[in-house]
Design a protein. Sequence first.
Length: 242
Amino acid sequence: MPDVTPPLTIPRRFCGPATSGNGGWTAGALAAYLAPGPVRVTLRKPPPLDTDLAVALDGDSATATDGDIVVAAAMPADESVTAVEAITAGQARAAESTFAGLDFHPFPTCFSCGTAREAHDGLRIFPGRVDDDSEGRVRVASTWTPDPSLGDSTATLEVTWAALDCVGGWAGDLTQRLMVLGSMTAEIRDLPSIGETHVLVGGARGSEGRRTWTASTLYDAAGRVLGTAEHVWFAVDPADFS
């Protein structure tokens, strides 16, 4: 029989859309139940806020449920995640002024990239277009300085996953169609330092039908890779999030 562990709860602070959890934060919270290493988390339903989700461990996988409804499932990933090519902090800072969400944001409450959030409350990661990488794929980037409200010396694992989340969505161009995170595979090598300027880079990886693929990487001030992620996004009906 699967082992049952303490529940997973997503506080309202960590929302994406106003009424559901930030996909990256939720995925990181579930990944925390597994051993370190690359983890893939699939989101089945919009994660409910302020709700105790039962977490069942079965071998090397974890599943979070709300009653009989599976909200998310996590398992080790087969391979490491390739980093998106780095840029300088100066380039990332300059790109922020072109962040498309400054003109229109589908989820302004989002903990990761929401324009309606303050620095002590959200991450305010605003990735703007930089250029194409060496393979001709779009890159976006933003700086990020973790606020003291996120921890004593480093941010948590959940916050680190959240930081790697939406920068991918904006690389996939959320201005063209509304998308939500379907799955995220991340490898966290180290946690970001509070008060230190970091760089987040997102890269487009293609789309087909309702699916869009992106990637993201978190760099510290010395250019060291702290974490990498790959995402699958699904186009949704805006009426579902009105």
